[in-house]
Ligand binder design. Structure first.
Ligand SMILES: [Fe+2]
Ligand SMILES: [Fe+2]
Length: 159
C-alpha cells in the first residue's frame, strides 16, 4: 500500500492538501481491511473451506504483502510522523514512547504469525487461530490509541 490516502473525514484542505491526522486514519482503515481479509483466508484454509492446492502458497504471499505494508507504515511513523510531532507537539512525548514500544510488540507478534503461516500445513490450527486473534487485537488497540492521541495534533500541523 502507499502512504498517501485521500481524506475521508473532513475533505481535502484548500489546494488539495490532506490533513495528516485524517490520512493516518485512512491508512489504518486500509490496513484493518487487509488484515481482516487475510484473517478470513487463513481461517477458511484451516476450516478446509478453500481446499485449493496452492492456497497455502497464496496465503504466505498475501501475508508477506500485508505485513510488509504494516512494517512500512510503522517505519514511516518512526522516521517521519513521530519526529514531526516531537517538534510540533512536545507534550506528546510520553504517548510517542508508548507507541514506539507497541511497534516492537506488534512486530514480534507479526513475526510469530508469519512463521506459522510459512508452514501452515504443519502448524497447529488452534495456535494459528490464537496468534491471529492476538495480532488482530493488538493492532486494533494500537491503531485506536494512536488515532485517539495523535489525530487532532496531526490535523493541526500544516505541511
Ligand atoms: Fe503506529
Ligand atoms: Fe499507525
Amino acid at each position: 500500500m502507499t502512504e498517501s490516502p485521500s481524506n475521508a473525514t473532513t475533505g481535502p484542505r484548500p489546494g488539495g492538501a490532506v490533513s495528516l491526522g485524517d490520512a493516518l486514519v485512512r491508512i489504518h482503515d486500509d490496513l484493518r481491511v487487509r488484515l481482516a481479509a487475510l484473517r478470513e483466508e487463513v481461517l477458511a484454509f484451516l476450516d478446509g473451506r478453500q481446499p485449493a492446492p496452492d492456497l497455502a502458497a497464496q496465503l504466505r504471499e498475501h501475508c508477506t504483502e500485508v505485513c510488509g505494508a504494516l512494517g512500512e507504515h510503522h517505519d514511516n511513523e518512526e522516521t517521519r510522523g513521530f519526529p514531526l510531532l516531537e517538534r510540533e507537539a512536545p507534550h506528546l512525548a510520553p504517548v510517542l514512547d508508548r507507541l514506539r514500544r507497541e511497534h516492537v510488540e506488534v512486530e514480534r507478534a507479526r513475526r510469530n504469525l508469519q512463521a506459522l503461516l510459512d508452514d501452515l500445513g504443519a502448524a497447529d490450527p488452534e495456535r494459528v487461530r490464537a496468534e491471529l486473534d492476538r495480532v488482530t487485537a493488538r493492532l486494533d488497540a494500537h491503531f485506536a490509541y494512536e488515532e485517539e492521541q495523535l489525530r487532532g495534533a496531526l490535523n493541526g500541523i500544516s505541511v
